[in-house]
Design a binder for this molecule. Structure first.
Ligand code: DQA
Length: 149
């Protein structure tokens, strides 16, 4: 009997600078979960829905640009962290790969300092989820799964 075989879709999750210290960093703003706990939870959900999920964290803008441009994936979920507010290079990389993308933030960037209210990628992504803590990523992942069906 012939089995129908479908290649698993791949979702790439990128975490920007200072997110490697989640759980230690400004817990009142970012919560007490670590990046490993977050990544594990995302991987479990993706696996349950038959998706491959890769996670990547970097403090370097160039590395993030290279990851966006040189990796194989079908959908991007990105928290550019501080680069959200400054990086034309990350914006250009997202534009150049033409992959469906969701922007996420743990804190509500519109409720904080004035300089955080401007995102250089919000107008080029499918949508932005901000302010829901760990749930921002989880909701983005469910959206990514739903949008690829
Ligand atoms: C952040 C918000 C940014 O303003 C900040 O620089 C971060 C994290 C968030 O997830 O809430 O590092 O992207």
């Amino acid at each position: 009997m012939k089995r129908s075989w479908k290649k698993k879709n791949k979702i790439l999750v990128i975490h920007g600078p200072n997110l490697h210290i989640l759980g230690k960093r400004e817990k009142n703003i970012y919560g007490d979960f670590t990046i490993s706990e977050l990544n594990l939870e995302l991987k479990k959900i993706a696996h349950q829905h038959n998706y491959i999920l890769e996670t990547f964290q970097s403090n370097s803008e160039g590395e993030i640009v290279e990851k966006i441009s040189n990796s194989n994936y079908d959908f991007l979920i990105i928290n550019p962290a501080a680069y959200t507010h400054t990086s034309v290079a990350i914006r250009d990389a997202i534009l150049s790969v033409e992959k469906p993308t969701i922007e996420v933030h743990i804190s509500n960037i519109y409720k904080r300092e004035e300089f955080r209210r401007k995102s250089l990628i919000s107008d080029i992504v499918l949508g932005t989820i901000t302010g829901l803590g760990k749930l921002s990523y989880i909701l983005a992942l469910y959206a990514a799964i739903k949008l690829q069906k």
